[in-house]
Design a protein around this ligand. Structure first.
Ligand SMILES: Nc1ncnc2c1ncn2[C@@H]1O[C@H](COP(=O)(O)OP(=O)(O)OP(=O)(O)O)[C@@H](O)[C@H]1O
Ligand SMILES: [Mg+2]
Length: 241
């Protein structure tokens, strides 16, 4: 039977031009930092941008953006809050500082539900900060969000890159577009660029490990002035701007 939420989500996203899911096979590679900075940079370019934190286990974009309180208005659905020129939504609006006591299928259901009720209205870009790995959430999203495109983040470590191979093969099997791969926290020469090309994917660019990033968390202007942001801007120019 067709899940009715497929058409509701389709309806909710009908005025959203592009949905960019910032993902990785492995945790801790910098997805949340990339997703938040990307959304801020696109908003700076005067695009209409939404940022949706879909990491129910360890949501972090509110920390990066320095958002203390998220109080979305309910009006036949949920209206995202406005922060730093972005429309913003995170499960933190409901879970606050507590862990969410949800298991497997419940996480997936909650995520789809949140997607179905959130009213983004008109957007040029909706950036999704995804949970790490290929989870139920990932598989559900590709089914429900028809216009999804993936931006994959990896580190130079073979441990992280190994998961990129699996992730990209799965997306190819499902016929889901991949914008390309960003290599983050680079400290020395690596094989990632060559390996990404060998997978038939676009290598978008490399971002060095930037020790200044940590002290900029919560201060978006300082974050946008870092070497991290400069390199990310280079990586996405041509594919998103
Ligand atoms: N290029 C970089 N230079 C320095 N620190 C970085 C860089 N990229 C990310 N970080 C730091 O690495 C840590 C992990 O980043 P982040 O939380 O964005 O990863 P993640 O992939 O979203 O993790 P998770 O899988 O848990 O969601 C953070 O403390 C972040 O500030
Ligand atoms: Mg994260």
């Amino acid at each position: 039977m067709l899940d009715p939420r497929v058409s509701i989500i389709g309806e909710r996203l009908k005025n959203v031009n592009r949905v960019i899911a910032v993902s990785s096979g492995k945790g801790g590679v910098g997805k949340s930092l990339v997703a938040s900075t990307l959304a801020l940079m696109l908003a700076d370019e005067k695009f209409k941008v939404g940022l949706f934190d879909l990491d129910f286990t360890s949501p972090s974009t509110h920390i990066i953006l320095g958002v203390k309180e998220i109080k979305p208005v309910e009006e036949k659905g949920i209206i995202p809050v406005q922060v730093h020129g972005l429309k913003y939504m995170s499960i933190v609006a409901y879970s606050r500082e507590e862990a969410l006591p949800l298991r497997g299928a419940d996480v997936s259901n909650a995520l789809i539900e949140l997607f179905a009720v959130t009213k983004w209205d008109c957007l040029d870009f909706l950036v999704l900060d995804m949970p790490p790995g290929i989870t139920d959430a990932t598989l559900d999203l590709v089914k429900f969000v028809k216009k999804i495109e993936f931006l994959i983040v990896t580190t130079p470590s073979p441990i992280a890159f190994e998961t990129v191979k699996k992730f990209s093969r799965l997306l190819a099997d499902l016929d889901i577009p991949v914008l390309g791969v960003v290599e983050n926290m680079k400290m020395k020469d690596s094989l990632v660029k060559r390996q990404v090309s060998a997978l038939g994917l676009s290598f978008l660019g490399e971002i060095p490990f930037d020790p200044k990033v940590e002290e900029c968390l919560g201060d978006v202007n300082a974050l946008l002035a870092t070497g991290f942001s400069k390199k990310l801007a280079e990586a996405i120019s041509g594919v998103l701007t």
